[in-house]
Ligand binder design. Structure first.
Ligand code: HEM
Length: 192
């Protein structure tokens, strides 16, 4: 009997071969696989303890609620003396210091630190060109990309502390009252 019966292993074998052809058959797929592998490696490496004793970094005190210009945001790239990291998504600035293994220096998403990450997240791009040096109004993004930015914003809202707005050029910062600060601290307590 020359024909292979279903379930004798040959059917599955050729499926595996077809998948391998799909994955490794084109340079674009190979490049995407390499990027995925690199990001997974970076994320796993950032989880691994590096020394015999793991000293837990003390948590930073919460930032006072405030709005930021792009220039002010850039100061919080994780390389400052306190290591604080801020990121803007869809016009909102979040303190992502507790996610430093992602956004800190050397982390897989370290290029977002101190920047507006909206375009990069919307277009699923880790290239420098997705981070504009000028204020980015995102007006050229399509509806799917805008939906994706809003979803990322919700994820950040759930996981990190909202600090204030990212100011458009010429926009005046809001004067936040101390009560708003206390409210923020309560929210943080809930998140802990
Ligand atoms: C191409 C392959 C990619 C792989 C395999 C990958 C893998 C992952 C994994 C496993 C996590 C979860 C890590 C954890 O919770 O421990 C993660 C989180 C994340 N990824 Fe990726 N990623 C990829 C591409 C990208 C790209 C292109 C972007 C942005 C443009 C991106 C942005 C993010 C962000 C913002 C987080 C959330 C970090 C947080 O919780 O604050 N990823 N990724």
């Amino acid at each position: 009997m020359a024909d292979s019966a279903p379930g004798d292993g040959q059917g599955e074998g050729s499926l595996v071969v077809r998948i391998c052809y799909e994955l490794f058959g084109s340079p674009l797929n190979l490049a995407l696989l390499a990027i995925c592998g690199f990001l997974i490696y970076k994320i796993i490496a950032s989880r691994r303890p590096t020394g015999p004793t793991i000293a837990k970094e003390p948590e930073l005190p919460p930032l006072k609620k405030q709005d930021f210009t792009l220039e002010q945001l850039r100061e919080y790239d994780g390389k400052g003396s306190d290591g604080r990291v801020l990121i803007a998504v869809n016009g909102k600035v979040f303190d992502v210091t507790r996610g430093k293994r992602f956004y800190g220096p050397g982390g897989p998403y370290g290029l977002f630190a101190g920047h507006d990450a909206s375009r990069a997240l919307a277009t699923f791009s880790l290239g420098e060109d997705a981070l504009k040096s000028e204020y980015d109004d995102l007006s050229d993004l399509n509806s799917l990309q805008m939906e994706s930015v809003r979803e990322w914003e919700m994820q950040f809202q759930e996981k990190y502390v909202y600090v204030g707005k990212l100011l458009k050029p010429g926009e005046q910062p809001t004067e936040y009252s101390d009560t708003e600060d206390e409210e923020k601290t309560d929210t943080e307590k809930k998140a802990e």
